[in-house]
Design a protein around this ligand. Structure first.
Ligand code: PMP
Ligand code: GLN
Length: 380
């Protein structure tokens, strides 16, 4: 078979969730909440279905939802996107990311990817015929940081796109204003585009501010900005997200979008559009998850795990070198089968499988789930 992704296997998230379920382990691996979304959100969707919103929506997304997204971006980041020409609703962030890559990367062009990186980026670049250029984050006292000098050094005349992700999966780090300024300096005067994965935009802790590229006109003018309702509203299974980009980029995005999904399910778009009028759910999210983060971190303080900083996302990375010298995937497997708590090896987020003795736990769980996991982990 002469196929496109011969080296790609099943994602680590599917594998670890299957292993967790096989061994009845508490699943802190794959990132998804184990609690229900707000009942009001379900009421909005139910009302939309009963009102007859059940046929194909516009290819670009239900207008009311695009308007609501534009209003939110304006309210939160002070950036103005035209809902008709600069916002498209997608089947989750994953489809937005792949579509953005496919619409702008030509065969042989380079895409700079900061590792560890979310696992969908590399296969999407490969499908486009692009060449991934990985640059590793550095891990120091402050946790993971992006070495902008090495990003600058990785730029060549063939660089088409730089992918950034803040808050960052899996490390839980966030980009600060100085990072965005460094990125601006790198791309100024070039025709390099930016793909900014901001699915955890509303999960930033300790009073920090989410540095969306939307806040920086010089960057926003060359960026696809991606988010996901799955993360913000605790409905990862709905697979609805969006992309915001200047009209010229969005026109190209839509050419691909219309032929890989055409459009995204109608009733949920209507439900989200009316539900979004209330900012409370995303405004309250940092406090909601910060409390869970702290519960989880406090529970591990007496253990031999070393906690890395967790400034954003719903992930906590830990070093386990004081417990075991084994490879990350073996350690995550052992945690799942023997300790009965599933985790994700951070090595799965590197193209070359770099080993740092670190695994990722997801704390988007009921307190009782976290307590049960902590009972098992705190003994290690
Ligand atoms: N990007 C990152 C960094 C993610 O963690 C996720 C969630 N797994 C996605 C994109 C995909 O989001 P969605 O489920 O909306 O496709
Ligand atoms: N984004 C989720 C995570 O990092 C998983 C999404 C998926 O299963 N593809 O755990």
């Amino acid at each position: 078979l002469h196929t496109r992704l011969p080296a790609v296997g099943t994602t680590v998230f599917s594998l670890m969730s299957a292993l967790a379920s096989e061994h009845s382990a508490v699943n802190l691996g794959q990132g998804f909440p184990d609690f229900a979304c707000e009942p009001a959100l379900l009421d909005h969707v139910d009302a939309a279905m009963r009102a007859g919103h059940n046929q194909y929506p516009m290819m670009t997304g239900v207008p009311a939802l695009r308007e609501a997204i534009a209003a939110k971006i304006a309210a939160v980041y002070g950036a103005h996107y035209n809902a008709a020409t600069e916002i498209t609703v997608t089947a989750g962030a994953t489809q937005a990311l792949t579509t953005a890559i496919l619409c702008c990367v030509h065969p042989g062009e380079e895409v700079i990817v900061i590792e560890p990186a979310y696992d969908s980026y590399l296969p999407a670049i490969t499908l486009a015929g692009g060449v991934p250029v990985p640059v590793a984050m550095e891990l120091g006292e402050q946790g993971y940081t992006v070495p902008w000098d090495r990003i600058a050094a990785a730029v060549t005349p063939r660089t088409r796109l730089i992918i950034i992700n803040t808050p960052h999966n899996p490390t839980g780090s966030i980009l600060r204003a100085a990072d965005l300024r460094a990125l601006t300096d790198i791309v100024r005067g070039s025709d390099i585009l930016i793909l900014s994965d901001e699915v955890y935009e509303h999960m930033v802790y300790d009073g920090a501010r989410h540095e969306s590229v939307c806040r920086y006109p010089e960057l926003a003018g060359r960026s696809f900005v991606v988010s996901s309702f799955g993360k913000t509203y605790h409905v990862t299974g709905w697979k609805i997200g969006y992309v915001a980009a200047p009209a010229s980029l969005m026109a190209e995005f839509r050419k691909v979008h219309q032929y890989n999904v055409f459009s995204v399910n109608t009733p949920m778009q209507h439900g989200l559009a009316t539900y979004m009028a209330d900012p409370a759910p995303y405004r309250d999210l940092p406090a909601f998850y910060q409390r869970k983060r702290d519960l989880f971190r406090d529970g591990l303080k007496g253990s031999r795990f070393t906690l890395l900083p967790a400034d954003g996302t719903y992930f906590q990375c830990v070093k386990y070198e004081a417990i075991s010298p084994i490879l990350e995937s073996d350690f995550a497997q052992w945690l799942t089968t023997d300790i009965k708590v599933a985790a994700i090896p951070v090595s799965a987020f590197y193209s070359q499988g770099r080993e740092s003795g670190i695994v990722r736990f997801c704390f988007a769980k009921k307190d009782e789930t976290l307590r049960l996991a902590l009972e098992r982990l705190a003994r290690l």
